[in-house]
Design a protein around this ligand. Structure first.
Ligand SMILES: Nc1ncnc2c1ncn2[C@@H]1O[C@H](COP(=O)(O)OP(=O)(O)OP(=O)(O)O)[C@@H](O)[C@H]1O
Ligand SMILES: [Mg+2]
Length: 253
């Protein structure tokens, strides 16, 4: 696996979420009073049980669910009252948890659609995406529905990268993948970060995700429970018991 805790984040705040209340109905908020910061260049992992509100939180950040109160400030500008397309124009991209590719369209066509919001330097970006995901080049004329689960996830990431984001929100990139493919996806997330993209990733594979992240956030019942360095979370026996399914992480000295 790729080296962890590379600490490439600049310490500059990129995103600030303050007292966010968000959800699908005003009378039934899902995310409750969440405040958090994201620093430029980091990988932040969002953990929590099923139904905790992880997907809703990242949808709230990119304008896909209603912000009932509180706010989201991206690069010093409040985006909580903007339309999703206006948030995308500010170079925030989002990879949904499911149905994240157009199954009937070819790989190339899916990637082209990713670039629709930002056609500048299209060829250069396409080349970068094919370098990061060589399988996509191999299957560029294949319809996305015929790809394996791992390849489809790569296409979803590739499509988001075609918009040339500076902040990428990824919902469960390793879901449903065999362990070897999971590790490959996490390695690609690290490479994406190394290319200058800040990443917020929701994950269920807590140990593997924290191993490649700078910090972790734990959400339960829509509320923020912990914000800590990934290294500390990995070594915390309580977190190990709840999220790693076994005893605390054993580290070689
Ligand atoms: N489109 C929707 N309309 C109404 N309620 C929804 C919708 N999507 C999710 N919810 C509800 O919001 C709550 C939080 O769901 P959310 O998908 O954010 O959780 P999650 O932490 O991402 O869970 P998972 O780990 O299962 O993906 C759940 O009670 C869920 O039923
Ligand atoms: Mg979810």
């Amino acid at each position: 696996m790729v080296s962890s805790f590379s600490n490439v984040n600049s310490g500059r705040e990129m995103l600030k979420v303050s007292n966010l209340v968000a959800g699908y109905r005003r009378d039934l908020p899902i995310v409750i009073d969440v405040s958090m910061e994201v620093y430029e260049g980091e990988i932040l992992t969002l953990l929590g049980p099923n139904g905790a509100g992880k997907s809703t939180l990242i949808k709230g950040i990119c304008g896909l669910v209603e912000v009932i109160s509180g706010n989201v400030v991206f690069q010093g500008v409040e985006i909580s009252n903007l339309e999703t397309y206006e948030i995308i124009e500010r170079r925030v991209a989002y990879v949904p948890q499911t149905q994240n590719v157009f199954a009937k369209l070819s790989v190339s066509h899916n990637l082209d659609l990713g670039a629709i919001s930002n056609v500048k330097a299209y060829e250069e970006r396409l080349e970068k995406v094919f370098m990061l995901f060589p399988d996509l080049w191999k299957f560029k004329d294949t319809s996305a529905g015929k790809l394996s689960g791992g390849q489809r996830q790569m296409l979803a990431l590739g499509r988001a990268l075609m918009a040339d984001p500076i902040l990428l929100l990824i919902d469960e990139p390793s879901a449903g993948l065999a362990p070897i493919l999971r590790n490959q996806v996490f390695q690609q997330v690290v490479e994406i970060r190394e290319s200058g993209v800040t990443v917020i990733m929701v994950e269920q594979n807590a140990r593997a995700a924290l191993s490649v992240s700078d910090r972790g956030i734990i959400l339960a019942n829509g509320r923020l429970r912990r914000v800590q360095n990934s290294k500390e979370l990995l070594e915390d026996p309580e977190i190990a018991e709840i999220y790693f399914g076994a005893g605390p992480t054993v580290r070689a000295s």
